[in-house]
Design a protein around this ligand. Structure first.
Ligand SMILES: O=C(O)C(=O)C[C@@H](O)[C@H](O)[C@H](O)COP(=O)(O)O
Length: 360
């Protein structure tokens, strides 16, 4: 017998800055493409496509494809339309895909990159809080399928993440706030000092002070990267990044995506904290700490009259189910999470009722 070790993960840089001036140099460090296809959506394309194209200059052909903005575009139909656009310009494996936009754009463009010609390089230019602090790194790409969020996809890393935090200036306030839920999540599951920082810096962060945003994004990305480095394919530890998401995804579906991802994750985090408290893993004061952090960032608006039975059905169909059991991420302290697969229906129902009562 002979054996060798295959190294799957390759490091990639994450640049955090406040303009696009270093973009071309950053791309040149990681790729030497024959052509570029910028994939964006109608909204972000209108705002930043021209600037990004200008930064890329004229040396190589740069094409673009914009799909209709929003989660409703995140399906296989959009993927095939983009394959057609790539074929139409004869994009081959020496080409490069750029994802310019938020999480939906990154997930779609990344999935196209992972599958077109069995994979061509791509880079992420995230323009939303969720994308800059979460979805642009870690390699999860894909689309929704039928009623199920992110049901079809792959793990496929970008060659580079280039973050210009000033793009947040054009983000609607509701999306900015909602996206912060993922940042709060990183503090709650991984880093108590970051939790303290977020409380202390809340005004500057909410006012989008450059330095505070870059510092926040750096710490948030670092927390995520440390987890992903240990478990890229989500076989164990990486599941903690799903804190608040098991119920959050169900709520997103149940609200027909009228609630934003982060808004649902915030409710989900409080529900998970409530279950943790119910089990005696954390003190009542920790549950209140989770709520206070969310409220400090204007999350946890009054909770709608969602049908509990229907929510439970979505949760039971969670794609993370393994051996018939749904994994839940609970807290053991602020900054420390654990993975449990024995959470009962009763615990979930009680947690939903708790949030209904507390968020009025
Ligand atoms: O990167 C991860 O792993 C996460 O779970 C991060 C989540 O915040 C993110 O919403 C992710 O897209 C969820 O992925 P999914 O596998 O739960 O669909």
């Amino acid at each position: 017998m002979r054996r060798l070790e295959a190294m799957e993960a390759r490091p990639y840089p994450i640049i955090l800055t406040s303009d696009f001036s270093r973009l071309k140099a950053a791309i040149n460090e990681v790729a030497c493409p024959s052509a570029i296809m910028i994939i964006t959506d109608t909204h972000v394309g209108h705002l930043y496509l021209a600037t990004v194209k200008e930064e890329l200059g004229e040396g190589i052909p740069v094409y673009d494809y914009a799909f209709k903005a929003g989660e409703t575009s995140k399906h296989l139909g959009t993927i095939t339309e983009i394959y057609n656009a790539l074929l139409a310009v004869h994009m081959d494996r020496s080409g490069l895909i750029i994802a310019l936009g938020g999480g939906v754009v990154g997930d779609i463009a990344g999935f196209v990159a992972s599958s077109y010609m069995r994979g061509i390089p791509f880079i992420q230019i995230p323009t939303t809080i969720v994308a800059q602090n979460d979805s642009s790194m870690g390699g999860k790409v894909g689309v929704d399928y039928l009623d199920h969020k992110n049901m079809v996809g792959a793990f496929y890393n970008p060659k580079l993440v280039y973050t210009n935090i000033r793009t947040l200036g054009t983000l609607p306030e509701r999306e900015f706030i909602s996206g912060l839920a993922e940042v709060l999540k990183h503090a709650l599951i991984k880093n108590k000092a970051f939790y303290d920082y977020l409380l202390k810096e809340k005004d500057k962060i909410l006012q989008q002070d450059d330095r505070s945003l870059i510092e926040m994004t750096y710490t948030s990305c670092k927390a995520k990267c440390e987890v992903v480095e240990e478990d890229a394919k989500e076989l164990g530890l990486r599941k903690i990044l799903n804190f608040g998401h098991t119920i959050g995804h169900a709520l997103e579906t149940e609200s027909h995506f009228n609630l934003l991802h982060g808004e649902c994750v915030a409710y989900g985090m409080v529900m998970s904290a409530y279950i943790s408290y119910g089990r005696g893993y954390i003190e009542a004061s920790h549950l209140k700490d989770v709520e206070s952090l969310c409220r400090a960032y204007k999350l946890l608006a009054p909770f709608g009259e969602y049908d509990i039975h229907s929510l439970l059905q979505h949760i039971l169909y969670d794609k993370k189910k393994a051996y018939g059991k749904v994994s839940f991420i609970l807290l053991q302290a602020i900054g420390q999470a654990c993975i449990k697969n024995d959470v009962t229906q009763e615990e979930i129902e009680e947690a939903i009722l708790y949030v209904r009562k507390t968020c009025q």
